[in-house]
Design a protein around this ligand. Structure first.
Ligand SMILES: C[S@@+](CC[C@H](N)C(=O)[O-])C[C@H]1O[C@@H](n2cnc3c(N)ncnc32)[C@H](O)[C@@H]1O
Length: 242
């Protein structure tokens, strides 16, 4: 199953539940942007790629950006729209690999929450970094956050308890291959007193942090900042002035 089918047929329906309290998570993202001085300084336009239900989009709108939220999953964009009522937010249902569908003058591009690893190949990541660089003005910023899955987990370490409540349990199982990991999202749900198991999987790229930094440099960015928060690598890059 590809990533779009996985979200459309499985993960999107329980993504918000899995993520936990929206306000808490959203405020964490907003605090991060504030700490890194990600505030409007040009045309105030931000493009949030793989926006999901809006943790970064809502944060950026709160900070004064007009945000174009791009995602290929309609369910998550509908949740985002419901939260963004009255805010300067527009959603675009599109595959982020098709940059023509969201090409615009923007001072900021974000691709966060491990969206980058959902892409199909390292080559596709590097092509997109080049395209995003061309969308930005000199000194425009790109903010990425993703998990570095290059270190293999073994045996029972590959079973990751994500969330458990009385009627719902979500576990991830990881299967490692050269260059990618197959991620199985196992959902157990109690329906009419019966436990029902639903399983679906998709691939994530095993992108290394140094590899992504090198790809950013090759695409014409300066890496300004690198911080690890809850095992997620956060990078702020700026388009070269020259
Ligand atoms: C792990 S979620 C992150 C969502 C959000 N940024 C967050 O931090 O909660 C990845 C998101 O990217 C979207 N996505 C993954 N690959 C995509 C693609 N090629 N084009 C558009 N959206 C994509 C998924 O639908 C999902 O909403």
């Amino acid at each position: 199953m590809n990533a779009k089918d996985h979200y459309d047929n499985h993960l999107a329906a329980f993504y918000a539940w899995m993520t936990g309290n929206f306000e808490t998570k959203q405020q964490e993202q907003e605090a991060y942007f504030t700490r890194k001085h990600i505030t409007p300084s040009g045309n105030r336009v931000a493009v949030d790629l793989g926006a999901g239900h809006g943790l970064q989009t809502i944060s950026l709108a709160n900070l004064g950006f007009t945000v174009f939220a791009v995602d290929f999953n309609q369910h998550l964009l509908s949740e985002l729209n419901a939260r963004a009522k009255g805010m300067p937010v527009r959603t675009i249902l599109a595959n982020l690999t098709n940059s023509a569908q969201y090409a615009m003058d923007a001072e900021l591009i974000t691709c966060m929450g491990d969206t980058l690893t959902h892409l199909e190949s390292v080559q596709q990541v590097s092509t997109l970094l080049e395209q995003w660089q061309r969308m930005l003005p000199a000194s425009g910023k790109l903010v990425l956050s993703f998990r570095d899955l290059t270190q293999e987990l073994h045996g029972e370490e590959r079973f990751i308890p994500v969330k458990a409540e009385d009627e719902r349990i979500h576990t991830c199982f990881l299967e490692y291959f050269p260059g990618f990991v197959r991620v199985f999202d196992v959902l157990m749900e109690k329906i009419n007193g019966q436990w029902i198991q639903k399983v679906s999987s998709y691939q994530k790229l095993r992108l290394g942090i140094e590899q992504v930094k090198m790809m950013l440099t090759a695409a014409g960015f300066n890496v300004l900042d690198h911080e690890v928060i809850a095992r997620m690598h956060y990078l702020v890059a700026e388009k070269n002035r020259g």
